[in-house]
Design a protein around this ligand. Structure first.
Ligand code: SF4
Length: 257
């Protein structure tokens, strides 16, 4: 028997619940409800691209503040929304919550997209509709001496934590096999080395280019505007799908958009 959430009034590791428009990947443009969990297996640092854009859920995780009833409430208030973006942090750290969400989504005909870096395999009573898989490559590894958003200095232990579950290929394969559908959504930093890692991994996992959505690196409007034409041209040349990060173009670094 898979674990479920019994107390709908209990505070869960959920930091944000809000209505928005999906702006990444194969379900782009659809109104959705974002449910952001807190806690992550990784500590991504992209050099000039900066720290993880949701560092408050990963590197310095804040405590959850929402209950399961809060998820129900926002769907009751927005009956036209039939999608959910389950994001983090790393939502797969919370299997009971994910499983409970699949029951709720099944009852209400809601399509779930789960964003995952692929660190863990999670089974659910109803398969998740779409896995949005963004494995973290070597350009995500923090460098010793870098300073985190809250002022911590990166040391060897910090780097080890990041690498412990990075590129957990077995878990990614199991996720793809168990759940309904997936896309591969790697972030590209514009370098040849990173593109090679993205392509090698695509081939290793036997992922078709039609299911591959390359996303520009950058957590602010200025960086993305610089990266967009580079990613457009590369995707046109190599036959990948391009996905932007249009919520950042629209709202820059605002949270809950
Ligand atoms: S896996 Fe995602 S949420 Fe976790 S640190 Fe990396 S970018 Fe942030």
């Amino acid at each position: 028997m898979r674990k479920r959430i019994e107390d709908y009034n209990k505070t869960l590791p959920i930091l944000e619940v809000y209505r928005c428009v999906q702006s990444e990947g194969s379900r782009i443009g659809r109104p959705t409800i974002a449910v952001r969990t807190t806690g992550c297996t990784h500590r991504c640092y992209f050099g000039e691209g900066g720290w993880c854009d949701s560092w408050y859920t990963s590197i310095h995780p804040e405590k959850g503040i929402f209950t399961f009833n809060d998820i129900i409430k926002i769907y009751d208030e927005n009956p036209h929304v039939k999608e959910m973006m389950l994001t983090g942090g790393s939502p797969t750290m919370h299997p009971a919550l994910i499983n409970e969400i699949t029951h709720f989504a099944h009852e209400r005909n809601i399509i779930i997209t789960i964003e995952t870096e692929g660190s863990a395999f999670v089974e659910t009573d109803y398969p998740i509709n779409l896995l949005s898989i963004s494995p973290k490559f070597s350009n995500s590894v923090p460098v010793e001496g870098a300073v985190t958003p809250a002022g911590k200095i990166v040391d060897e232990k910090f780097i080890k934590i990041h690498n412990r579950k990075r590129l957990n290929t077995e878990a990614i394969k199991q996720m793809i096999k168990f759940h309904s559908d997936y896309h591969y959504k790697p972030v590209w930093d514009g370098t040849k080395g990173n593109l090679k890692e993205i392509e090698d991994y695509r081939i290793e996992l036997d992922i078709p280019k039609t299911k591959t959505f390359i996303m520009p690196a950058g957590d602010n409007r200025e960086q993305l505007i610089k990266m967009y034409p580079i990613v457009f041209n590369m995707c046109a040349e190599h036959g990948y799908n391009m996905t932007g990060r249009d919520h950042i173009i629209a709202f820059n670094q605002e949270r809950m958009v």
